[in-house]
Design a binder for this molecule. Structure first.
Ligand SMILES: Cc1ncc(COP(=O)(O)O)c(C=O)c1O
Length: 545
């Protein structure tokens, strides 16, 4: 049977398909492929749709009679038949469907996804709408919504990284396994009636590239499934995600709390741009809960924003405790989880309202694309999304595809990077030419007890201090053969940097000292090269000092 179901998630009506289930791959194989269905007698229904020949039409009440469970069951033959039957006879019926749709909204909705607006359900209306959708290019229905996937015991992060967001977000282009790159700036409407239906929420599609794109949506869905989030907004960079979020969620004259160790540009935005809107900030040490409590009591705090682990010292926030305290004072919590990834840390499950990523790093994972993501509840994200639609920091569909592709191996990459970094950090800590290692997986780390509790792996970045000055540290870096000297982290290639030189060279030594950036600090981002090769390389360069 064809694995088709009528899902309840918001799915644009661009034409989505789910693959046949494993057991029924041979039957009723294709709804929309150019290749003939495996069933010898499949009918060609025009526009490349195929379905089993035995089903020609279903009774008008058939869909309504299906149980909700059956409607959501991807392998339910009844649902498959609904779809198949709807494809057997498709007079142009858009107008009739649109006329029927409002009535359907008032009743038990058989939602075809899409913006949460019920699309059809009443008596014959379902049939009409299904037919109209076939006419309009929708060949089938979502297979598995992300909530279902999340709850499914077999769908853990590895599975979600590969399949999340792709089963329900599959624009119909032949029988491609991969999500197509929808390289378009705008979207078309068949006629004015369809446009009005779109405006009124009874027909779901896209309008303009700044407001959404099917390829981008697939990435957003995949990240949502990995983070356990209701929704995700993908944007052009991590900074774009952070700045849009801060501008949207903190009112003029508002107050935020942030932490001392932080990506430099985020700190700059907080210190130089937000004050223009009279937004003030309290900066606390990542572990100083008393200071946080005081800040919450003395200010009307709108938002707590911190990385965890932080850049570059990998300090960790007790996300559960911080979220509890902030929520008691009505403040939102946003965690920049770039260094953690959703594989190692589930900030939302720990209590945060929002989780942000520089998707440039681990999520995309190949040092070839910039992007940012923000995940959370629809309610939290709605103001951010609205501002994003105005500011326009959209990611290009090609870049979105690279992220989608990169995400599929997130679990494999991150687990390897976790292992390499932990072993390397232990070796570094034991080396006489190393003064100190900053890695949350080490017992010497000030928040190791927190990291151990809230992370399942400690990430691929190690910061460490060479026993020596600026020049000795540069010598160590120059002596390495495998890692590139470059900013960024989280990609398949190992990267190494001396923060003083790469990020803070324009600052005076006094200013660097004030920010805690030491001349002998090295930040090493483990790639996915063989551990032994990286180990040998680091050791030979240390031994040469
Ligand atoms: C923790 C963290 N957050 C945000 C950013 C900004 O991300 P992007 O470079 O994608 O704008 C960075 C960049 O290095 C980062 O390290």
């Amino acid at each position: 049977m064809a694995a088709l179901c009528i899902g309840q998630t918001a799915v644009p009506a661009v034409g989505y398909e789910c693959r046949p289930d494993a057991t029924g791959a041979a039957a009723g194989k294709s709804f929309g492929g150019s290749a003939p269905a495996a069933t010898g007698g499949a009918q060609n229904l025009g526009k490349g749709f195929f379905c089993p020949p035995c089903i020609t039409r279903f009774p008008p009440n058939f869909v309504r009679q299906l149980s909700i469970k059956a409607r959501r069951n991807c392998s339910n033959i009844g649902v498959a038949q609904v779809v198949a039957a709807s494809a057997t006879d498709r007079p142009a019926a858009v107008a009739a469907a649109m006329a029927a749709a409002p009535a359907a909204e008032a009743t038990e909705g058989l939602q075809l996804g899409g913006g949460g607006a019920p699309a059809a359900a009443v008596n014959g209306a379902n049939e009409v709408l299904l037919e109209s959708l076939m006419d309009s290019g929708v060949s089938s229905f979502p297979c598995k919504d992300t909530q279902e996937a999340k709850n499914h015991p077999s769908q853990r992060s590895s599975t979600l990284a590969v399949h999340g967001g792709e089963r329900t977000r599959r624009p119909k282009v032949q029988d491609t396994l991969t999500i197509p790159i929808c390289q378009t700036s705008t979207y078309t409407f068949k006629d004015t009636a369809e446009l009005i239906a779109f405006q009124e929420g009874t027909f779901t599609s896209f309008e303009y590239g700044r407001y959404g794109n099917p390829t981008t949506n697939a990435v957003e869905e995949k990240i949502s499934s990995l983070e356990g989030a209701e929704t995700t907004l993908l944007s052009a960079s991590g900074m774009c995600a952070a700045t849009t979020m801060l501008l949207a969620l903190v009112p003029a004259g508002g107050h935020i709390v942030t932490t001392t160790d932080c990506y430099r540009r985020t700190r700059q935005f907080i210190q130089t741009v937000l004050p223009k809107m009279s937004i003030t900030t309290t900066v606390v040490d990542p572990a100083d809960v008393t200071a946080l409590q005081l800040a919450l009591e003395q200010n009307n705090v709108s938002l707590f924003f911190s990385e965890s682990p932080t850049n570059p010292y990998l300090r960790c926030i007790d996300i559960e405790l911080v979220s509890k305290l902030c929520h008691e004072h009505g403040a939102l919590v946003c965690i920049d989880g770039t260094f953690a990834t959703p594989i190692n840390q589930q900030a939302l499950a720990l209590g945060a309202d929002l989780v942000l990523h520089s998707a440039t790093k681990y999520l995309a994972g190949h040092n070839d694309v910039l992007a940012g993501s923000l995940s959370g509840s629809k309610q939290c994200l709605s103001a951010v999304r609205a501002l994003h639609n105005i500011l326009g920091g959209v990611v290009d569909p090609n870049a979105a595809y690279l992220i989608l592709r990169g995400l599929k191996t997130l679990n494999l990459r991150v687990n390897q990077q976790n292992r390499t970094a932990l072993q390397l950090s232990q070796a570094l800590e034991a080396h006489p030419k190393v003064a100190r290692v900053h890695y949350p997986g080490l017992e010497s780390h000030p928040e190791h007890h927190i990291a151990k509790r809230q992370m399942t792996g400690y990430g691929g970045v190690i910061s460490f201090e060479i026993n020596g000055d600026l020049e000795t540290t540069s010598k160590f870096i120059d002596g390495l053969r495998i890692p590139y000297i470059a900013p960024s982290l989280g990609g398949v290639e190992s990267l190494v940097e001396q923060p003083t030189i790469i990020s803070y060279w324009d600052q005076t030594p006094a200013e660097r000292a004030r920010l805690g950036i030491k001349d002998n600090l090295v930040r090493f981002s483990c790639g996915i090269e063989d551990f032994q090769d990286l180990y040998n390389d680091v050791m030979q360069s240390l031994d040469a000092l």
